[in-house]
Design a protein around this ligand. Structure first.
Ligand code: SF4
Ligand code: SF4
Length: 247
């Protein structure tokens, strides 16, 4: 059929009409939308990850294994309250609390976790426990490489969960005298463990940044060792009875 147009124009119009038909097929029909997915991915680059040599970064809010955090001086944030254990829907946490004493202080509160275990055979990494924790002692890291070949190895102990002692701090226990002399206000509202963000790069959780002293002391200044604490209500306090003596 002669429509009076040059052959080149007829060819171009034919390609335009065919292109429109393909576009309508791929975007406006169920069958076409289904086919468009493999067609799109055929044109994409290779997605292979070189794991474990180059693990891909996880999402910022990824729920990896847990960590029990410390204050900048090394005291443990966990006060053995068991709220995390009660919040856990999988009954995966065991906490045995005990009293701090004048000579052996593990946390700034009355009590600390003498024993703390998380059973990763049960844990579903939901994060309800870290929401329940009142001192941000318990957080979740980006570490997901903790599989094991025995179920017993998936019960993590306090020693495994406890964060490293921050630079300048000391491992627990401390004495009440040492802690009082530091004069830190542990509950000043600033003692927050930063989230374990790795800036898009993977790092083992053990090297995640810890809270600095400046985050704990409102002024950012640590007191001199022989300076009295500014607030006698901080850690322990002089009213704490000697062991074995009634108030
Ligand atoms: S992440 Fe969820 S399941 Fe795991 S210990 Fe915490 S509350 Fe329990
Ligand atoms: S981790 Fe937090 S919620 Fe659990 S016992 Fe310690 S302070 Fe309480």
């Amino acid at each position: 059929m002669d429509i009076g147009l040059p052959p080149a124009v007829v060819t171009a119009l034919t390609f335009v009409i065919l292109g429109l038909l393909v576009w309508v097929l791929l975007t406006r029909t169920v069958l076409g939308r289904g086919f468009s997915v493999p067609l799109r991915n055929m044109l994409r680059g290779n997605e292979t990850a070189q794991y474990p040599e180059k693990p891909r970064p996880v999402a910022p809010r990824f729920h990896g294994r847990h960590q029990l955090n410390r204050y900048a001086d090394g005291l443990e944030k966990c006060i053995g309250c068991e709220l995390c254990a009660w919040a856990c829907p999988a009954d995966a946490i065991y906490v045995q609390g005990a009293d701090n004493t004048v000579e052996a202080r593990y946390s700034p509160g009355e009590r600390y976790a003498e024993d703390y275990q998380i059973n990763y055979n049960r844990c579903i990494l939901c994060g309800l426990c870290i929401e329940a924790c009142p001192t941000r002692a318990l957080t979740m890291t980006h570490d997901y490489e903790f599989s094991a070949d025995q179920r017993s190895k998936l019960v993590w102990t306090k020693e495994q969960l406890l964060a490293e002692v921050p630079p300048g701090g000391e491992d627990t226990p401390h004495t009440d005298r040492e802690v009082r002399q530091r004069g830190l206000n542990y509950y000043g509202g600033l003692a927050v463990t930063p989230p374990t963000l790795h800036g898009g790069r993977y790092k083992p959780a053990a090297t995640a940044p810890a809270a600095k002293a400046g985050d704990i002391v409102p002024t950012g200044q640590l007191p001199e060792p022989d300076e009295l604490p500014p607030d006698p209500a901080t850690v322990g306090g002089p009213t704490r009875p000697e062991p074995g003596r009634d108030r």
